[in-house]
Design a protein around this ligand. Structure first.
Ligand SMILES: [Zn+2]
Length: 328
């Protein structure tokens, strides 16, 4: 679980603002109550004085005074209940209101993140993933295995059978994410569902509170180029910083970008650094494995081929299949 520090701080600041807001609401409400019912205020001041005197008597161990003051406290309390009833008020009118009563707008219950914190965290993670809208439609719940071809003319596993295995790999990648450092390389022609599968994994991980960053190779290489013009320090202001920080980085459609020696160097650095940090990366590409070395560098290809699980997706273009289905 890792919300970037600055995001964590931002959420905590939201809670502080919320508490400040409710406190000012309460102050205003109490001011109005005391203005309308001065006797309730007088009773409260007397009760406060009584409490202070009782504390002093306790220090002196003055049993007589403690007994007298305790009686007085009970009388004041009884008077308060009468005054409240006359004014049509209850004790609840004097309590602060919380947006989340469970954690009293602190974000934590017994040292653990409150449900409201987790919800907010998920919103932030989704927003930062660059995937917010697409994941509603592309996730394990909407994955359609009926689109896969079940025929197998030469006796080898059908596309359907092969895809069930792949889906299982994706599920287990997401489920064991915290225990197992794994990287995936989806390769195969266009339209066989590479992006869809990475989206399924992305949603499962976002929902379990992980930070996921999606980049098409084109936008990633744009970011690499941009970073050249900025100071290349590893601080939160550097746009590349998040790439090293995220729990999962997805690079979609590698091979479609425009590259030069600087940006391919940056790709190597990213892939290598994330391996050293034991952070997972998923790459999808239309390239053949043999082409990786030619298109990038041998050392990039060798890192990918030795540290990523290659998953070949084959079969007919599912997008065309779905389009035909819609037209029928
Ligand atoms: Zn809460």
């Amino acid at each position: 679980m890792s919300l970037p520090n600055r995001e964590f701080d931002a959420i905590m600041a939201e809670y502080e603002e919320l508490r400040r807001f409710h406190k000012s609401q309460l102050d205003e409400k109490l001011r109005k109550i005391y203005e309308a019912h001065p006797s309730i205020l007088e009773n409260r001041i007397a009760a406060n004085e009584n409490a202070a005197e009782r504390a002093r008597a306790a220090i002196r161990k003055d049993a007589d005074a403690i007994a007298r003051l305790s009686d007085e406290r009970d009388a004041l309390e009884a008077e308060r209940q009468e005054l409240l009833a006359d004014a049509g008020l209850t004790e609840e009118d004097f309590l602060p209101v919380y947006t989340c009563p469970a954690c009293r707008d602190t974000g934590y219950v017994d040292g653990k993140k409150c449900r409201c914190f987790k919800r907010r965290e998920r919103e932030v993670l989704y927003r930062d993933s660059h995937l917010e809208s697409v994941l509603e439609e592309e996730n394990f719940g909407t994955l359609r295995t009926d689109l896969y071809d079940r025929t197998s003319p030469d006796g080898s596993p059908s596309q359907y059978e092969r895809m069930l295995e792949v889906i299982e790999i994706c599920h287990s990648f997401a489920e064991n994410f915290d225990y197992e450092h794994k990287n995936l390389l989806f390769y195969g022609q266009t339209g066989v569902g590479k992006t869809f599968l990475t989206n399924c994994i992305a949603k499962a991980l976002l929902d379990s509170g992980h930070s996921v960053l999606y980049f098409s190779a084109i936008s990633l290489f744009d970011l690499f180029s941009e970073s050249l013009s900025r100071s290349a320090n590893k601080t939160a202001e550097n746009p590349l910083f998040a790439l090293y920080e995220a729990d999962l980085v997805i690079i979609d459609d590698l091979g479609t970008e425009l590259k030069n020696s600087f940006t391919t160097g940056q790709l190597f650095h990213l892939i290598n650094e994330r391996l050293l940090l034991k952070k997972s990366t998923i790459i999808s590409t239309n390239l053949l494995l043999n082409d990786l070395g030619e298109q990038y560098t041998e050392r990039t290809a060798s890192r990918i081929l030795s540290c990523y699980e290659p998953i070949l997706l084959t079969g007919a273009d599912l997008r065309i299949k779905m389009k035909l289905e819609r037209e029928q």
